[in-house]
Design a protein around this ligand. Structure first.
Ligand code: ME8
Length: 649
């Protein structure tokens, strides 16, 4: 079924309980780069992305916002799609797990697995982490209660459930890993997976009865209280997007060339997914490629910490292609990366400005000064064969590096021809050649530089799809499959052309473009940003987007200690448990209405991601929500007791 002329490339489908941040952008940009490369070299390419919209987590998030799950999913899914459209991501399909065809396909898959005896009904007893949508055996829990992945408390579940016979596939999975050393990339990750599977696989609970927001079982099973486990539903997207179970016209794209994922979801993709595929009688994906984690200032990014980097802000400030280059060049695929504006600026000024942009400027200068803008590469081999050989040797290494996901090495290797070019100018000195009357040699040098720039811009295009066509246009050609064939596959020289002067592509950046040496705090920005005239207002307050709202982290807390702030008429000093390692100290101006005793052991609603402030010498690490009118002030509290740290939204 598969063909080596086809390339099916996927990203994870993103949960709609969060707005897109640079982690999501990273995965999507890598996938976009691979898709663009595949198309450029003439592969029939299908690039899939989308959103994951079912499950308990989404149902709860929607409820907390007073929305139906569908309404809520529609809103957030659109924010992902809009961002990718804004970024020019070249996806061929944006799937949503609430699409009718997807749901039909999942039901079909369930039926196939059921009919072939891989699904049975039993009772599930164990622990479930709603945040990770994952079941954990007791032995894996931290302190017998907390999720080993995200650290949040798990819920004890005892309910009737259908199970998938994962254990049955243990040996076949191990045989697959063994026979395909490149099935999981980077290869080191494959060993982790093998060790996990060798440790023994338990059957997997694949339905739930305690909530409703999911795909129902096939009607034939006549068991309407069950909905499918969100991971079964989600993983199936990779084949339902090609029409599995409905219109199977695109199934000839299967198997996937690569499923791009973050390392957090490797187990689902490298163990559950292949086992499901085996049960369905479908081929295995060629590669599952797991990249590392982006942190900010060394910390995991999360909404509650308020340290999420908004990829749109970074791209708007620094240029989308520069941002793409930085992400792909800075971090070895599979390794973790820390975002800093300094590193981004260094890459732009050094790699892009000095090495690439300056080379183009030098070529424009030389051609203009000596040859009225003409560039002719006819005599390059006569004078500069050594340089050409060196360039071709580097270019030959590129494609395998890309398909092995060594994208940082791909870019590193792609920079060698630029070094060859810059060195050649310094060594042969066109001004000296001209002085000595060696015009032919000087023109050949021009041709060499133009050829190198042309080849580099073709191979850099998948990473920098906006900038490279500009370079190509200055050099008189267009980047497409035909120019790739000529310049890269057939190793030809650039055809004679007259160079076009273009403004510098990478103006030097002297200092961080986003506030405080880091991306601006969106809330602060929002306060400062002038409200556009046409923006609607609600009672004099500017309307904000849902993503701006999500910048605020609201949580339920329990007051575990309360005392008066000495000498203050207004302030109480509270210690509030937000489900974190230690309680937060909050200084609240509520003493006129509540005594310390009134507050002790009560629940409150807290703004959890405010910058700490000092009040009467005490640091306050949050703010309580309260309502005040002419009759006084009252606290806003959850209607029923909730666990400390429960998000409000
Ligand atoms: O897991 N650094 O969705 P999700 C790097 N719906 N990458 C990051 C990141 C970070 N800090 N944060 C997120 C799900 N990602 C499931 C997937 S697929 C059948 C179902 C990226 O919204 C990374 O690719 O939690 C990670 O795997 C993905 O976002 C998780 O997105």
């Amino acid at each position: 079924m598969s063909s080596c002329h086809k390339a099916y490339i996927t990203t994870p489908i993103y949960y709609v309980n969060d707005i897109a941040h640079i982690g999501h952008a990273y995965t999507t940009i890598i996938a976009d780069t691979l898709a663009r490369y595949s198309r450029m070299i003439g592969l029939d390419t299908f690039f899939l992305t989308g959103t994951d919209e079912h499950g308990q987590k989404i149902e709860e998030s929607a409820k907390a916002r007073g929305k139906s799950p569908q309404e809520y999913a529609d809103e957030i899914s659109a924010t992902f799609k809009n961002l990718w459209d804004d970024f020019g991501i070249s996806y061929d399909k944006f799937i949503r797990t609430t699409d009718v065809d997807h749901m039909k396909g999942v039901q079909k898959a369930f039926k196939v697995m059921y009919d072939n005896g891989d699904i049975y009904k039993d009772v599930y007893k164990g622990h479930y982490c709603i945040s990770c949508e994952t079941f954990f055996p007791e032995i894996q829990l931290v302190d017998g209660e907390f999720c080993p992945e995200c650290g949040k408390p798990t819920t004890v579940v005892e309910e009737e459930s259908y199970f998938f016979k994962l254990s049955k596939y243990q040996d076949r999975l191990l045989a697959w890993y063994d026979a395909h050393p490149e099935c999981i990339l980077p290869r080191s990750k494959r060993n982790e997976v093998i060790r996990f599977v060798e440790g023994g696989l338990e059957d997997l609970s694949i339905t739930r009865t305690s909530f409703d927001w999911g795909v129902k079982l096939p009607a034939e099973l006549n068991d309407p209280k069950h909905v499918m486990y969100v991971w079964l539903d989600a993983l199936m997207n990779y084949v339902t997007a090609l029409g599995y179970g409905t219109d199977e016209a695109k199934m000839d794209f299967w198997p996937a060339r690569v499923h791009l994922i973050g390392k957090d979801i490797l187990r689902f993709h490298a163990i559950y997914w292949p086992a499901f595929l085996m049960s369905l009688g479908l081929e295995m994906p060629k590669h599952i490629a797991a990249h590392g984690w982006w942190t900010r200032d060394g910390e995991k990014m999360s909404k509650s910490k308020g340290n999420v980097i908004n990829p749109k802000e970074v791209a708007d400030a620094y240029g989308l292609d520069n941002f793409r280059y930085f992400m792909l060049r800075e971090v070895p695929f599979g390794g973790d990366g820390d975002f800093s504006q300094k590193a981004l600026i260094d890459r732009i000024n050094s790699d892009l400005g000095n090495d690439l942009g300056n080379l183009l400027n030098r070529l424009i200068g030389m051609s203009g000064k000596y040859f009225e803008g003409r560039v002719d590469a006819s005599n390059v081999t006569k004078y500069y064969q050594t340089e050409l050989d060196e360039v071709e040797a580097s270019l030959d290494k590129l494609e395998p590096l890309l398909f092995e996901m060594q994208i940082h090495r791909y870019l590193e290797e792609l920079w060698r021809p630029l070094t060859v070019a810059n060195k050649a100018i310094d060594k042969y000195q066109p001004w000296t050649l001209m002085k000595e009357g060696k015009e032919e040699e000087a023109m050949a040098l021009n041709g060499l530089i133009a050829t190198i720039l042309a080849k580099v811009s073709v191979m850099l295009y998948p990473v920098m799809p906006q900038v490279c066509p500009k370079i190509a246009s200055a050099l008189g050609f267009t980047i497409d499959n035909a120019s790739w064939e000529k310049l890269i596959k057939n190793k030809r020289l650039i055809e004679a052309f007259t160079i076009e002067k273009i403004p510098p592509l990478f103006p030097r950046i002297e200092e961080p473009l986003l506030e405080q040496g880091k991306p601006a705090d969106t809330k602060e920005e929002a306060k400062k940003a002038p409200v556009k005239k046409e923006e609607k207002k609600e009672e004099g307050v500017a309307l904000i987007g849902i993503d701006q709202f999500f910048q605020t982290s609201l949580k339920v807390g329990t007051v575990v200690k309360a005392e008066e702030v000495p000498k203050s008429k207004k302030l109480l000093l509270l210690q509030v448990d937000l489900g974190e390692e230690k309680p937060r100290q909050i200084v609240a101006g509520i003493k006129e209405w509540y005594s310390a005793d009134d507050m002790l052991d009560t629940q409150v609603c807290v703004v959890a991601n405010l910058k700490p402030a000092k009040l009467m010498g005490y640091t306050s690490e949050g703010m309580l929500l309260a309502a005040k009118d002419e009759d006084g002030l009252c606290m806003i509290r959850p209607e029923k007791p909730k666990k400390p740290g429960t998000p409000i939204g």
